[in-house]
Design a protein around this ligand. Structure first.
Ligand code: GNR
Ligand code: NI
Length: 175
């Protein structure tokens, strides 16, 4: 396993729509393992392949708290097949926007279809933090980042802060 460098915004790969995975092979399984290790190391509760520079529709999630057993999820070609009308607001962060947080409103529940690391199809009903996190990760696969859900003013403030951090060398050399 390996810890991969995480891209920091702005970066062209973070803005690109990722390609579906045609077949889940050892190459994809190795990447999913490396992504999990990278996510735990960060630490984060989710990570999408474009954040490590790979424009493929793959993501990993573990929303278990520190006092719970790990619950790693490996997700390939996810699709939102139903989203609730009612919305939920969470304070979101993103490993590609270090130290930046903002409230984002999304559907409170969603039904997701995806392939696991063996290519088997699953459907899950997500709510709470899992619903938020899966939607945040699927956004990454479509070239959308959490600040795209904010007002232009809030987005500009966050991007300015990141630029300043980069200039001051306060960001890990991951780009
Ligand atoms: O670690 C993360 N925490 C988080 C908190 C609230 C909503 C979404 C997230 S995902 C984020 C990791 C990340 O950037 N995934 O793309
Ligand atoms: Ni993110």
């Amino acid at each position: 396993m390996a810890i991969l460098p995480i891209l920091v915004a702005p970066h062209p790969v973070l803005k690109k729509k990722a390609a579906p995975v045609a077949e889940v092979t050892d190459v994809e399984r190795k990447l999913l393992d490396d992504m999990l290790e990278t996510m735990y190391d960060a630490p984060g509760i989710g990570l999408a392949a474009p954040q490590v520079g790979v424009s493929k529709r793959m993501l990993v999630i573990d929303i278990a708290r520190g006092d719970e057993a790990p619950q790693p999820m490996k997700i390939v070609n996810p699709e939102v097949i139903e989203a609730s009308e009612d919305m939920a607001t969470y304070e979101e962060g993103c490993l590609s926007f270090p130290d930046q947080f903002a409230e984002v409103k999304r559907p409170a529940r969603a039904r997701i279809r995806y392939l696991d690391e063996t290519g088997v199809s699953h459907e899950i009903d997500a709510d709470g933090l899992l619903a938020t996190c899966i939607q945040h990760e699927i956004d990454h696969l479509d070239g959308v980042v959490f600040v795209d859900h904010l007002s232009q003013l809030k987005r500009a403030m966050i991007l300015r802060k990141l630029q300043k951090m980069k200039k001051q060398g306060r960001l890990a050399a991951a780009e």
